[in-house]
Design a protein around this ligand. Structure first.
Ligand code: UD1
Length: 387
C-alpha cells in the first residue's frame, strides 16, 4: 500500500508521529508532505526531532498568509506533488491521508479529490458547531470530501452518522493519545526544562513576521526553579477568536496576569504578534512568558502544574488525560468528553477566569473516551483493509 500523509501545522506533527511509527516495519510505503504552514523551529522542526518523525519527502515552504492565499498556494503546489515523480515515481498512491482541521488539511483534501485520489481524513467527525471558526469550515468540508473517515471518539462517529456519512466511517480512537501516553511515561519525574536566555534559536525564514527566537520570549534559567513544585499554571492562547480582537485579547491577558499564582504563558507567534500590534504587554502581573515548548517539555510542564488555561483543542484533551484541571477560553469544545467530572470547564468570558481556574478539585473519572493508546495501528489497518 502506498500512502501520502500531508501535514503542515504543529498539532498535525503529533498525530503524524503516531501514524509514522505505526507504518514503520509494515512493508507499506508511507511518504510525508509538509506544506510549510508552520515554519518556526519551535512549531515544526523540534517536533520532527523530538518525536522521531521521518524527514518530510517534500516540503512546499508555503508559510503564512490569509486563508484564501495560504490554502490556494498549497492547493496549487500539491497538485503536482501528489502525482509527481518524487513520491512514488509517478505511480498513484492508494491513499492521501489528511489530519485534523487546518488550512493544510483542506488544501490536501481538495487536491486529492480533484485528482481522483482516495482521501482519508484522520480525526474526522469533530464538531464545534461554531461556523465562525476556520477550523470548523476545514473539518466539515474535508469530512464530506473524504472516502474514509477515521473517527477518534463515539461522539465523532455519531456526528458523522447525523450528516449521512456513516458508511464511510471507522472508529479508530485518538492517535494523539498514543503519543501522549508514551511521552508522559518518558518525562514523568524529569526536571522542568524551559528555554534559557543563552539559548539562541533558529531564525525564522526571511519575510516572516517575528521569529521563534524573539528576545522578549527568552527567560532566565531561574524560571524553572521559581515555578518548581505544583504552584503554577500553564497557559496558551492562539485562536483567531481570542487574538484578533484587541479588546478581547487585552481582557484575556489581563485576566491571566491577575491570577494569584504564576502563569507560564507559552506564547504562540500569533499571540506575540497580535499583542505587540495592539500594544498589550505579555510580561505583566503573574505572567511568565516563554516560547512554545517542545512536546516532551510541554507535557512535563503540564504534569508539574496546578492546571492549564487554553484555547487549544489538543491541549484540552492532553490535560484531561494527564488529570490536571483545564479551563478553556471558548464557548464550546470539540472534545466534550473532557468536561466529565469537571476536569475541563468552558470559560468564554475572561472576567470569570479566577473563579473557574480556582474551582474545587474535579471528581475522579475512570472512562477512556480517547482509546487505549493504539489508535495509529488501527488507522494503518483501516487503510490497508480498503486498498
Ligand atoms: C493553525 C490552525 C489551527 C491550529 C494551529 C496550531 C488553521 C486555520 N489554523 O493556526 O487550527 O490550532 O495552527 O498552532 O489552519 N506564524 C509564525 N510562525 C509559524 C507559523 C505562524 O510566526 O511558524 C504566525 C504568523 O504571523 C501567522 C500566524 O502565526 O500569520 C498564524 O499562523 P497560521 O498558520 O495561519 O495559523 P495558526 O494561528 O498557527
Amino acid at each position: 500500500m502506498k500512502v501520502i500523509s500531508v501535514v503542515g501545522a504543529r498539532p498535525q506533527f503529533v498525530k503524524l508521529a503516531a501514524v509514522a511509527e505505526a507504518f514503520r516495519g509494515t512493508g507499506h510505503e508511507h511518504r510525508i508532505v509538509h506544506t510549510g504552514q508552520h515554519y518556526d523551529a519551535d512549531l515544526s522542526d523540534v517536533f520532527f526531532a523530538d518525536l522521531r518523525i521521518p524527514k518530510p519527502d517534500v516540503h512546499l515552504g508555503i508559510g503564512s498568509g490569509g486563508h484564501g492565499a495560504q490554502t490556494g498556494a498549497m492547493l496549487a503546489a500539491l497538485d503536482d506533488v501528489l502525482l509527481g515523480d518524487t513520491l512514488f515515481g509517478g505511480e498513484r498512491p492508494d491513499w492521501v491521508l489528511v489530519y485534523g482541521d487546518t488550512n493544510s488539511t483542506l488544501a490536501a483534501a481538495v487536491s486529492a479529490v480533484k485528482l481522483h485520489l482516495p482521501l482519508a481524513h484522520l480525526e474526522a467527525g469533530l464538531r464545534s458547531h461554531n461556523r465562525r471558526m476556520p477550523e470548523e469550515h476545514n473539518r466539515v468540508l474535508t469530512d464530506h470530501a473524504a472516502d474514509l473517515l477515521l473517527a477518534p471518539t463515539d461522539l465523532a462517529v455519531r456526528n458523522l452518522a447525523g450528516e449521512g456519512l456513516a458508511e464511510r466511517t471507522v472508529m479508530v480512537g485518538d492517535v494523539m493519545t498514543d503519543i501522549l501516553l508514551r511521552v508522559r511515561d518518558a518525562v514523568d519525574g524529569k526536571p522542568l526544562e524551559l528555554p534559557g536566555e543563552d539559548e539562541p534559536h533558529a531564525a525564522a525564514p526571511a519575510g516572516t513576521v517575528g521569529g521563534a527566537g524573539a528576545p522578549d520570549l527568552w527567560q532566565d534559567r531561574g524560571l524553572a526553579d521559581e515555578l518548581g513544585g505544583r504552584g503554577y499554571l500553564v497557559a496558551t492562547v492562539h485562536r483567531a477568536e481570542n487574538t484578533d480582537d484587541p479588546d478581547r485579547l487585552r481582557a484575556i491577558v489581563e485576566g491571566l496576569a491577575a491570577l494569584p499564582l504564576p502563569v507560564l504563558l507559552l506564547a504562540h507567534p500569533r499571540l506575540r504578534d497580535k499583542a505587540a500590534a495592539a500594544g498589550i504587554p505579555l510580561r505583566q502581573g503573574s505572567l511568565r512568558v516563554t516560547r512554545p515548548l517542545p512536546y516532551p517539555q510541554m507535557v512535563r510542564a503540564v504534569l508539574g502544574s496546578r492546571g492549564v488555561v487554553t484555547d487549544s483543542g489538543g491541549l484540552q484533551k492532553e490535560v484531561f488525560l494527564l488529570r490536571r484541571p483545564c479551563t478553556t477560553l471558548r464557548t464550546e469544545t470539540e472534545w466534550p468528553e473532557t468536561l466529565d467530572g469537571g476536569w475541563n470547564r468552558l470559560c468564554p468570558d475572561p472576567a470569570g477566569l479566577a473563579d473557574t481556574v480556582l474551582r474545587d478539585t474535579p471528581v475522579p473519572v475512570t472512562g477512556h473516551p480517547y482509546g487505549d493508546g493504539h489508535a495509529a495501528e488501527k488507522v494503518v489497518a483501516a487503510l490497508a483493509d480498503r486498498t
